[in-house]
Write a protein that binds this ligand. Sequence first.
Ligand code: TPP
Ligand code: MG
Length: 620
Amino acid sequence: MTRLTVAQALVKFLANQYSERDGVEQRLIPGTFGIFGHGNVAGVGQALLEVADSGEMPYHLARNEQGMVHAAVGFSRMRNRLQALACTASIGPGSTNMLTGAALATTNRIPVLLLPSDVFATRVASPVLQELEQPYGYDVSVNDAFRPLSKFFDRVWRPEQLPAALLGAMRVLTDPAETGAVTIALPQDVQAEAFDWPEELFAKRVWHIARPVPEPAALERAAAIIRSAQRPLLVAGGGVHYSEATEALRAFAEATGIPVGDTQAGKGALLWDHPQAVGGVGSTGSPVANALARDADVVIGVGTRYSDFTTASRTAFQHPGVRFVNLNVAGFDAAKHAGEMLVADAREGLDALRGALDGYRAPVTWDATDWNRVVDEAFHLGHQPLPAQTEVLGALNEEMDARDVVVQAAGSMPGDLQMLWRARDAKQYHVEYAYSCMGYEIAGALGIKMAAPDREVFALVGDGSYLMMSSEIVTAVSEGIKLNLVIVQNHGFASIGALSESLGSQRFGTNYRYRDPATGMLSGDKLPVDLAANAESLGAKVIRVKTIEEFRAAIATARASDVTTAIHIETDPLAPVPSSESWWDVPVSEVAALDSTQQARKAYEVHKRDQKPLIGGTQP
Ligand SMILES: Cc1ncc(C[n+]2csc(CCOP(=O)(O)OP(=O)(O)O)c2C)c(N)n1
Ligand SMILES: [Mg+2]
């Protein structure tokens, strides 16, 4: 027996957990992010202090709890879900600040271990500082809000409950089908309570990350459907990366001749210059992929959750008899669009399908020449007087090393990136577009750099995102973790502004400007906001550029620097962007006094006709 507090036992346990896949073993939880308050400073905080100089559980002080969960997500995604970080927060606001991060992790199917602190189990001092009281239930706490956001949730009211909670948490973190946010809520008093633990709790334990193989009958059914296809299209999602199946995908594509489109999480699964890479599928995809999607008779989804951006809100696939074959480790995703379910690891499944399709060649053809020219033009627009955002992305795409990583999450950039970016390395493109959370960029980049210190990481940050959360710059500076930031200043929401205008809402409330007393609207002068000065004040080195030539030079300077460097550039939010020739369902008011809204509603109703509640489902 070992006498330790609950928090000490937790830390000791976590330090002894390992993951294994393909014979490679590594620490499952190699570090902990945290912010201390009275809810965890003397519990989990004390336990982390006891091991602080042993390397057993490195501790990183974050600046914002939401940010630290984003960093943990960036880290785990970069490590293909083989490792996860823990996040400890104090009770009340410290913990609820992690809710957005929890939702983001679960939506993206990325493992993070969240350790919110909780109110006293004994309730002897209740209501404690930051305790929310509910007259209908004395056992309700704000941490119950984690339940719908987590793939595993437990609250350790008694020390005896800890071992089972820990085992359950590790299982879900390492289960590729179930993974996401894993939450263990820790009452403040229980964290500090001592208990006699069995030695075995702290033995080294290896969690084997499975590569489930397809069931033979399911493989046969899937292969039969693909063999019947005249115009098949494969949609590669994030699961291809997490399973490290990019080589298997390339071999599959080359053996079958099937074109490969990608999703935001899947970009880079097949590198852009592969002759069978046709670009993004859906609302922000390439017209080449979207033409193939429109006419596809068989869609093979690999590791994709089929978000509305991928299906263009269920308008992307218009062949009346279209059928889906969904290779996914999660039955939940494999069942979508009435697909033939091939529940398996992406690499195992692709290899098995390649074998089962021996001799099959897809007769489908396409031509990407025109589209490649359109992208080249967008990258070199020469827009005046301010450069276009597409030129910023183009310069970055061209100047970055193949192994550098570009990070983005929200605003107008994810769409432009999905459409235009030419991924030259499987891990070059990191856009969080499942939760599309403003503020992910800098915090996520911090975790990515921690996961891949040998790569340069470039976070593209819109002014809106920057204002929402730039605090992890300070963490990067304090930890000596070098980031490159590109702050794209366009004085508001280019994205939602354009969306608003296209939906007849006249960019209302999307510009960061002074309120104009004459109109009462936020349509006055630009604000005197200087985000470069802000970044500098947080400890970053700053380069201000005005032209694309200066920007290119600044990228080289930032890359060569060993300290966190922010490049500030102003762009024209109204500059042209190529069309994906696709659609996204954002409902427009059915009745309106405004003529602009009435016109937009008419256009909306035309698009709605192409939308099908059920896309697939045709029986052979
Ligand atoms: C946390 C959060 N709040 C709101 C939104 C909705 N939203 C999407 S894009 C956007 C504006 C982003 O502005 P900015 O970062 O400047 O990028 P830009 O649109 O100018 O490219 C908003 C408010 C979001 N995605 N995330
Ligand atoms: Mg902006």
